[in-house]
Design a protein around this ligand. Structure first.
Ligand code: ZN
Length: 494
């Protein structure tokens, strides 16, 4: 019964979304009109149960069912519910004001407030996030990695991302990261954003917005996006913005994807960063070898990690930035034929950097992962990309989160992993396995490897992720690679 769900939703908003007692009648009448009801529900509802809720999923499910029973499609029902939750949440301006006031006392309180609203109003789909399969991959040698089988995120191919980059968007809002998403009702090709809340901030002379990710991959996964819909470009300004952000919010890291397809994120046409409270595996990696930097206030080191990661550390933001600038400028035009690194020409540059900033005490740290997106006939999808023998596990581009050691694997692996385990446990032959699971063909090498090496599914997935990062490394961990990296750092003349 819609009227009953509305009553529950109003009580929920009153207890969890700062809906004032004085606005209850008004809010209820608004929703009654919006959902086409004549009068409120007069019966009792379990107020205590609503007070104890941490997320609105139960009420959302009831209301959605009511709407579907009335003949709405599942998509339209969801949009209506999202819009209602947005209408019951504090106005964006009120969120801004509260955030700014809390920030004066403690930056962490401010971000916790924004996160709390985003979870309570169903923007961050916490229930769904909590269902993801997450485990640590540990190895005899080398840093631990983290693996998550994400049950909510659709898998994107690199070719789709490249198409998106050239496709001219004619819709409104232009993309998922444009500020015009705030309160947007949504349709079949654009998700409902009625309940989105973000806060504005000026960083390095530009306007940015901070919001939480609806399907967060880790603790407090947030997105910082620029006001203007402009293509991602990694340059001095980007590094300066990352460092300015962590100076303001020292409890979060903030990272920028590379600005090229194959080695970047999935949305390259709107400048944005990703951050959060999580300590990513790369941040726990040991330092392998320091490298010389002329500035006495900046320390540089090569990290003992699988891909090619440098770290810069300094108490002085500006000095750190000038070293980072030199590394980027040198890398953009760098060639090392022996290591298959060619930067391209004036029209196509293949070299770029994935950068992540964080603060540890008073010290600024900038992690710089060297990337190259060149393809050749042997590796048409990318030389420093997931190699084909591993694409049954992951084929998407390796963005900043994965390059930092946290792998987001596609939802299909939950089913496919269970099928592989079943084939091994029951000793099914090739033919029997195919008869039972028609799309298991690409997984036969995996079944063989797990059997011979006596690996569990998690062990196997962990080792594939480790090897993917080896694929991504521009300077491999062998003699030729180590010599190449040493030469690059020398040429940089830091
Ligand atoms: Zn945009």
């Amino acid at each position: 019964m819609i009227e009953k769900s509305i009553k529950k939703l109003i009580i929920y908003a009153n207890r969890h979304l700062f809906l004032s007692d004085n606005d209850l009648i008004y809010a209820q009448n608004m929703l009654l009109g919006y959902f086409g009801c004549a009068a409120p529900y007069e019966g009792e509802v379990d107020v205590k149960a609503i007070e104890e809720m941490e997320v609105p999923d139960e009420i959302v499910a009831e209301l959605t069912d009511d709407l579907i029973a009335q003949g709405l499609s599942a998509g339209e029902a969801e949009r209506k519910v999202v819009f209602a939750l947005g209408a019951l949440s504090p106005r964006p301006s009120a969120v801004e004001d509260a955030f700014d006031e809390l920030y004066q006392a403690d930056p962490k309180e401010a971000t916790e407030y924004l996160y709390g609203i985003s979870v309570a109003n169903w923007y961050v789909r916490k229930t769904q996030i909590d269902k993801n399969i997450v485990f640590d991959a540990k190895f005899d040698q080398g840093s631990d990695l983290e693996v998550s089988i994400n049950l909510s995120k659709p898998e994107k191919k690199n070719s789709d991302i490249a198409k998106l980059l050239v496709a001219k968007s004619t819709s409104y809002p232009l993309c998922l990261l444009c500020p015009e998403n705030l309160g947007f009702y949504g349709h079949d090709r654009h998700p409902a954003r009625g309940n989105l809340r973000y806060v504005e901030m000026e960083l390095e002379g530009r306007t940015w917005y901070l919001q939480f990710s609806p399907y967060g991959y880790f603790d407090r996964h947030c997105i910082l996006f620029q006001k203007e819909h402009e293509q991602m470009v990694v340059d001095h300004r980007i590094y300066a913005t990352l460092l300015a952000f962590v100076e303001r919010f020292p409890h979060y890291f903030m990272g920028s994807n590379a600005d090229l397809p194959i080695v970047g994120g999935s949305i390259l046409n709107h400048e944005h960063f990703q951050g959060g409270a999580h300590i990513l595996p790369v941040m726990r990696a040991k330092e392998k070898a320091p490298f010389k930097v002329s500035s006495p206030n900046v320390q540089g080191a090569v990290l003992d990690f699988y891909d090619t990661t440098l770290v810069l550390k300094s108490l002085d933001k500006e000095e750190l930035l000038s070293v980072a600038d030199k590394i980027l400028a040198c890398w953009r035009g760098y060639d090392d034929e022996e290591n298959e690194i060619l930067h391209g020409d004036a029209s196509t540059c293949h070299n770029t950097i994935t950068a992540i900033a964080r603060k540890v005490g008073d010290e600024f740290r900038l992690y710089m992962i060297l990337r190259n997106n060149r393809c050749d006939s042997r590796y048409p999808d990318g030389i420093f990309h997931v190699h084909p023998e591993r694409s049954h596990i992951k084929s998407e581009g390796i963005g900043l989160i994965e390059a930092s050691g946290l792998f987001i694997l596609p939802a299909r692996l939950k089913r496919q992993g269970a099928e592989v385990e079943d084939v091994i446990a029951n000793g099914l032959s090739h033919e029997e396995a195919l008869a039972k699971y028609p799309d298991i063909e690409p997984f036969f090498p995996m079944i063989e490897e797990m059997k011979t090496k006596k690996l569990s599914l998690h062990d196997y997935l962990g080792s594939v992720c480790q090897n993917i990062l080896h694929d991504v490394a521009v300077f491999k961990d062998n003699e030729r690679g180590r010599a190449g990296l040493a030469k690059f750092l020398e040429v940089c003349d830091l």
